[in-house]
Structure formats: C-alpha cells, structure tokens
Design a protein around this ligand. Structure first.
Ligand SMILES: [Mg+2]
Length: 221
C-alpha cells in the first residue's frame, strides 16, 4: 500500500473557469486586478499564493476577509465544478489498494463540496487545503509525518507543484527525520489539466495522458 497524493484543480476537478469567475467577482468588488482569461488566471495562480495576491494588488491584511468572502461565494460550487471524465473510476480503483490524500491551494470546503456531491469524499483520508498552509512543501511534510508511508506518489498538472515536490524530496533525502521511513516519493504529471509541461528544466518523473493510465503506471512502479 502506498500513499497517493492528488493535486485537486486540474487533476481531479475541472474547476479553472469557476474559480477564475469567483476571483473576478471578488476583485471587481474590492478593486483588485481583473484577469481576462482562464489561461492567464491559471498561469498566475499556479505558483505561491502569496506571490499571486501580491501581483493582483491584494493587501495581505485583507486576506482573512477575502477568505471569508470566498468561502461564502463557493457554496454550491459542486453544481458548477465537474470531475474530469475517468477520474471517478481511477479514484475508486486506487482506493482499493492505497491510501488517498489531497494537497491543494484551493480551500478544503470547496474540495469537500465537490467530492461529496460526487460520492468520492469517503475515499480520501486526508485533505490539506489552503487553510492549512500556503506552502505545499509544509503540507507534504505534515501529511507524511502523519501517515508514515514508505511509498508515496504525488499527481499534479502544475510545473510549480513539481518544483515544490522535488524540493521536498531533496530535503527528505538530506537527512530529514522523514527519511527513516519514506523510501520512495515519485512525481506524476498529468496532461489533462491547465498547464503545459513546456517550461524548461522542470519535469515530473512520469507523465500520463489519460486518467486510466494512472492505474497502469502506479501498478508498475
Ligand atoms: Mg493543479
């Protein structure tokens, strides 16, 4: 049994257009920069959340209020955000043999609404959303300390996530306490999400083009 960690947006959920529209609604009300296309939003939001809010002219002191507003606005998100075709089966199949978790820059509420609406929440033992930390490396560390998994896989559509996951893996290898039990941490990139893999120098360990290929590759690893 391994721990399989999913990124949410762009891997499980087709949420880009919805989250972008919620951002623009808040931005319009509060006078932050509007973003005119899903693609631009996706590029801007894929890195560190604090860098994103900085670029958009969002004062950090207003962040707690904005979270409250975001949480209000995303009620009902489950009716607008769909699961990528084929992912429900993949999740159900993987859960038969592995422990499943989600690490995301989205809020845990939105993730829970969408998962429960699709009958998928029961398959995930851990969900670490934005409330937990702005830094994915911290979420990896905390999650693996809890699960003490020997093998872990991280599945993402985002170059920045791969960069963070590689940084985390390097830290573990450089004698972090986690290396006592974590023997293998592999990064799987997917091509159905929102980011192209063309940015130079940052590659996942494996790349898959269809959800069902995740089953094959995890079986083979
Ligand atoms: Mg993503």
């Amino acid at each position: 049994m391994a721990l399989i960690i999913f990124d949410f947006d762009g891997v499980i959920a087709d949420s880009l257009h919805y989250v972008h529209s919620v951002y623009n609604r808040i931005a319009k009300e509060r006078g932050f920069k509007l973003i005119d296309s899903d693609e631009k939003f996706s590029d801007l939001v894929s890195g560190n959340v604090l860098d994103f809010v900085d670029k958009m002219g969002v004062p950090k002191l207003e962040l707690p209020l904005i979270f409250v507003e975001y949480k209000k606005l995303i009620k009902g998100a489950e009716r607008k955000v769909h699961i990528f075709r084929g992912m429900k089966t993949v999740i159900r199949e993987l859960a038969k043999h592995h422990e499943l978790a989600i690490i995301s820059n989205n809020t845990s509420d939105l993730i829970s609404y969408v998962l429960s609406h699709n009958g998928l929440e029961k398959y995930f033992s851990h969900i670490r959303g934005l409330e937990f930390s702005f830094h994915k490396t911290k979420k990896f560390e905390h999650l693996l300390e809890q699960t003490r998994s020997r093998r872990a896989y991280f599945i993402t559509d985002t170059v920045e996530d791969v960069r963070d996951a590689k940084a985390f893996r390097l830290e573990v290898r450089q004698d972090k306490p986690l290396s006592e039990f974590l023997e293998d941490f592999e990064i799987i990139g997917v091509t159905w999400g929102y980011h192209s893999w063309s940015k130079k120098g940052i590659r996942p360990d494996h790349l898959v083009e269809k959800p069902k290929d995740l089953l094959r590759i995890i079986r083979e690893l």
